[in-house]
Design a protein around this ligand. Structure first.
Ligand SMILES: [Zn+2]
Length: 330
């Protein structure tokens, strides 16, 4: 079997295996899952054609600067995940999935969409707020003090080529620290050719987990999690978590985009290094509702994780990190 067919086969087997498990469990309630990394966005009908093959970063094309930019996603697989075609379709699919799969989501992004989803399923949606361009510290504090938003994120200075310890962000982190609001910060991966495709200011070096150290030293009471687990900087990530006992990570984005062997090596290393209690499940879900099943399946199929370790990643670690009440999920 060539590499591509092998990959397709594995994907099919995993999806199929997971669906079987789903069917077997339809009568009993699935154990709860917390997805700490979901994006609410208005569906752009132009982009809605953007169906997606999971684990599409298995082969980075060898293009050049005078050729068309590499496409961010690809559809060259048997069963691409369909992009939602409208805001309503996305909302219906998401709310349905949260109930069917017993998922609660931390959602950041478009405020109008977050409010709509939250209205529809208040127990399933935990609203998160980022720092919009031009937003003053006072306005940010007011938004957080209102009580609707429970989380700050996604903060992604890397896309502006900026360190998370840059002083222009410091007062916002100070507000979160003061109000006891947990913060999610994008560190690490951006896909293939991010600097060429959409974000010329994106710098891989600004995803180094060590860049968080100065900010953390200035805000000793701040609780942060590193989104995308600082992929692929595993040594730095482990060292940072070792030095800073309250730092958690999520697995979002990487668990459905990079080659599966690579994802498992990274996750296994984090667990092996002793951080199984500080890894949270997340998708980075945007406009592909079925990504939930795909991403859950990857963790369920991790043969090197025990049942308890999977439950920690899917649920227990997030309950602890976000100070949630386990009883609310029964
Ligand atoms: Zn991100």
């Amino acid at each position: 079997m060539n590499r591509k067919i092998t990959t397709l086969f594995l994907m099919g087997a995993i999806t199929f295996g997971f669906q079987n498990q789903m069917l077997a469990q339809t009568e009993s309630k699935m154990p709860p899952i917390i997805d700490v990394h979901v994006h609410a966005m208005k569906v752009n009908p132009g982009f809605a054609a953007g169906d997606l093959c999971p684990w599409f970063l298995t082969s980075m094309p060898g293009s050049g600067p005078n050729q068309p930019a590499p496409s961010f996603i690809n559809t060259d697989c048997v069963d691409p995940l369909k992009a939602a075609k409208s805001d309503q379709e996305m909302q219906d699919a998401i709310i349905d999935a949260t109930k069917r799969l017993n998922v609660t989501m931390v959602v950041s992004g478009d405020a109008e969409i977050i409010h709509k989803w939250h209205k529809e399923a208040p127990d399933r949606i935990i609203p998160s707020i980022g720092v919009a361009p031009g937003m003053t510290v006072e306005a940010f504090r007011d938004s957080l003090s209102g009580g609707f938003y429970k989380v700050m994120g996604e903060i992604a200075p890397q896309y502006q080529g900026m360190s998370p310890s840059d002083m222009s962000l410091d007062e916002y982190f100070g507000v979160a620290e003061e109000l006891g609001i947990p913060v999610g910060i994008h560190m690490g991966t951006g896909g293939n050719g991010m600097a060429n495709i959409t974000s010329p200011n994106y710098r891989a070096s600004m995803g180094n987990p060590f860049l968080l150290e100065d900010m953390l030293a200035r805000h000793p009471k701040l609780k942060i999690w590193v989104m995308h687990a600082g992929y692929p900087m595993i040594d730095e990530m482990i060292a940072l978590m070792g030095a800073n006992a309250y730092v958690y990570v999520d697995l979002a984005g990487l668990i459905w985009s990079y080659p599966q062997d690579e994802i498992h090596d990274y996750l296994k290393r984090l667990v092996q290094a002793g951080f199984g209690k500080r890894i949270m499940y997340g998708t980075d879900l945007m406009i592909w509702p079925k990504l939930l099943e795909t991403s859950i399946g990857l963790i369920q199929n991790a043969t090197y994780l025990s049942h308890d370790q999977k439950r920690d990643i899917f649920f227990n670690n997030a309950v602890r990190f976000f100070n949630l009440n386990e009883e609310d999920f029964k």
